[in-house]
Design a binder for this molecule. Structure first.
Ligand SMILES: [Zn+2]
Length: 275
């Protein structure tokens, strides 16, 4: 199991994991301010993502539950196969954290917290959340934010010169920006786009298209002051707003996919909810 070996490596390395942005590669991605992100080569995108993943796993390790990790990977990879980027090295992991959240990094690594998985009731709900995160990768939302942030952080400086001279303060600014992105969140427009695209991917993969809305309803019904929701609510539009935006997209086009399977039994067999 290639993924499991990687998981093990990431987990054991997480404590010491240095957040390394490959400066030489970033020179290419940032030297031209108006350059479109579509110009960033896929290997660079994947490398940046690996560094981000190490950083995230330093904050919360992967759940030590092989069966759960395998199951979430199977669902995630099936979804990713339905997209226009099926060949990315897609990897899915459940983080051992009670908070409710999910994260995507460039290049196709996606994490969902155990806290969120345990609030779900079916595979269609899991698929909806994973498809939302997959959409961030497809549309390169984080990659674009990193690129933009690197430019802002270094505004007014001779970026190329600074990077070429390997200046430690420049490197630190880039590193800090990358880390902050996951506590500040993306633009609202990116989140709503990921919702729209996510329900389409889930439907295309054969799931009830209302899995993601069902999760949003669960979040909406929870106490907004619940500390387990703090980061999710800080970094995403309110569930009610996401639901009403999705409602406009989904009716009537996606209603036809509402009768596809939810696979609640299979989900509950695989995810042993700890009470
Ligand atoms: Zn999102």
């Amino acid at each position: 199991m290639k993924w499991l070996a990687l998981l093990a490596a990431l987990v054991s390395g997480a404590a010491q994991a240095q957040f390394r942005l490959d400066i030489n590669k970033l020179i290419d991605t940032t030297k031209n301010v108006v350059k479109a992100t579509s110009d960033i080569a896929e290997p660079e995108e994947i490398q940046i993502g690996k560094d981000m993943a190490s950083r995230l796993l330093g904050a919360a390790p992967l759940a030590k539950d092989e069966n759960l990790q395998r199951y979430v990977n199977r669902v995630g990879r099936w979804l990713a196969l339905q997209t226009e980027r099926p060949d990315l090295p897609w990897q899915f992991g459940v983080m051992e954290a009670p908070q409710l959240n999910a994260f995507a990094v460039p290049g196709g690594t996606i994490f969902v917290t155990r806290g969120l998985v345990e609030r779900m009731r079916s595979e269609a709900e899991l698929a909806g959340v994973l498809a939302h995160e997959i959409s961030h990768v497809l549309r390169k939302h984080h990659l674009k934010a990193i690129q933009k942030g690197a430019q802002t952080a270094l505004a007014g400086e001779a970026l190329n010169q600074a990077l070429r001279n390997q200046r430690a303060d420049v490197r630190e600014k880039l590193v800090n920006f990358g880390a902050e992105m996951y506590t500040r969140g993306l633009d609202k427009g990116d989140e709503l786009e990921a919702d729209r695209l996510g329900v389409v991917i889930a439907a295309r993969a054969g799931y009830d298209a209302y899995g993601l809305p069902a999760v949003l309803q669960t979040l909406q019904a929870m106490n907004a002051q619940d500390s387990a929701l703090a980061l999710m609510f800080k970094t995403h539009p309110a569930p009610g707003e996401r639901l009403s935006a999705l409602g406009e997209t989904m009716q009537p086009t996606l209603d036809a996919y509402a009768s596809q399977p939810q696979l609640a039994d299979r989900f509950l067999q695989q995810v042993k909810v700890r009470k």
